[in-house]
Design a protein around this ligand. Sequence first.
Ligand code: 9MR
Length: 373
Amino acid sequence: MTSRLRTGLIAAAVLGAGAVILAQGAAFAAPPATPPGHQPHVPADSLRALGDAVGLRIGTAVDMDALASNPAYRDITANQFSTVTAENAMKWESVEPSPGVYDWGPADQLVAFAQQNGQLVRGHTLVWHNQLPAWLNAALPSMSTEQVRALLKKHIQDEVGHFRGKIWQWDVVNEAFNDDGTWRDTIWLQKLGPGYIADAFRWAHEADPKALLFYNDYNIEFTGPKSNATYSLVQQLQKEGVPIDGVGFQTHLDTQYGLPDLKANLERFAALGLKVAETEVDVRTTLPVTPVEQTAQVGAYVSTLQACLAVRACISYTIWGFGDAYSWVPAVFPGEGAALIYDENLQPKPQYTALQDTLALASGAPGRTGPHR
Ligand code: 9MR
């Protein structure tokens, strides 16, 4: 089957599945009146206002340069979203450019912006193999296990401590598995063994006992070895009494690879007593975008949002930026892009309208009334 044909079939399947879920939701009583927005000026048809009505936080990753320089970007960030994630500003290379010298500036600006606009902050990310400072990459290989342990603990506790009380969800550990479910061979695994994950959660919890602590990864939306490995990890952590609160499903999708069985996957993690969240949603396709591909993109946005709406433990739906001009995709997947919900000129695309409609239609869905969790 050609990939184009496959895309079309997927789109049709998604739209069909959507109709079923919406029909189920419509059978339930209308929710109480929408709680007042956090800001008087939030438009009633904004994603955040529509999300408020169904108790779901709608989020975006934020590019701090765009936030500082582009008023339209700033307005959309404030008006459309009720939670924000630092796309890069809280990563280790951003916050500790030289050993022991912290630069909290951009991350603090994001937290201040969020507070001004009644938004909650997802902290991203404390332990990762990417975007480590150059000085750290150079130093790590010759460090002893004890030194690496002490350094990682200090990083986590300094950062979580700096933002104590201001972060809703922390991505404590990011992308620890390979797609086949084996441990990713990171410097943390090499130096500390897999126990670094439990330690990271314990250290983060000590520094901010109220923050929700998440494990976050991609390609765990699909049932399979990676999702199963994550499930086993979480069960093991729970057995050991490690303070883990949730799992973040990044949800970076591509129209040519079909759709994940996300709802079932969210449900099985939720059944462990965890929160779940979609943390980095985007849906890329080959450029230029054909009508069929755009239909598939719309379908994927709708189905990922419906999966979250259908699972009570799913507390936020975050897209990885909103304007195509700022997306990470074209630099990493040459020839692909258009993954977000606003175009290069920050005009809303059909993907945006589809999210609006999906939220509006979800008002009668079970468990989707009342205040945010
Ligand atoms: O969007 C981020 C991009 O600006 C950075 O250059 C890139 C570096 O690896 O990281 C991107 O964000 C990633 C996120 O932190 C973790 N999941 C995958 C995201 C896309 O690569």
